[in-house]
Design a protein around this ligand. Sequence first.
Ligand SMILES: Nc1c(NC[C@H](O)[C@H](O)[C@H](O)CO)[nH]c(=O)[nH]c1=O
Ligand SMILES: CC(=O)[C@@H](O)COP(=O)(O)O
Length: 142
Amino acid sequence: MAKILIVEARFYASLNDMLIAGAQAAVEAAGHEAELLTVPGALEIPGAIALAAESGEYDAFVAIGVVIRGETYHFEIVAGESARAIMALTMDGIAIGNGILTVENEAQALVRADPAQKDKGGEAAKAALALMALGDRFAPRG
Ligand SMILES: Nc1c(NC[C@H](O)[C@H](O)[C@H](O)CO)[nH]c(=O)[nH]c1=O
Ligand SMILES: CC(=O)[C@@H](O)COP(=O)(O)O
């Protein structure tokens, strides 16, 4: 059984709860164990994953959050930089599924967060598990 850390940015609580439910269900359906870590915003997710990965306690990570466009350029920073840093960690060999929604409005987020609709949390968890399996195959940890 693998240990999967779900790192969530608690910016939009009810949307997050749906994404987390989908991610937890996917991890448990695959026979693994999920733990939850909460950070303030999406920009903190990559740093938290990097720190947690250092501990060696986790086999894979799921990034969960919601970024909704506001009036300023801040959206581009939060959406783009969180994705860029997650990708950089992935290229270092850390298995991460990116379930951070980057949307125009709450209606778009709701459809994507709901496990009964687009289930992006579950999708991100499955992506993390797929990368974890590739790591086991090509670069097994001693
Ligand atoms: N606007 C959103 C943010 N902004 C906060 C940043 O992620 C960060 O916490 C802050 O700049 C301090 O470093 N975060 C989200 O997750 N979603 C948003 O829509
Ligand atoms: C991520 C965002 O764009 C948003 O939450 C920030 O809003 P604003 O640009 O109106 O400050």
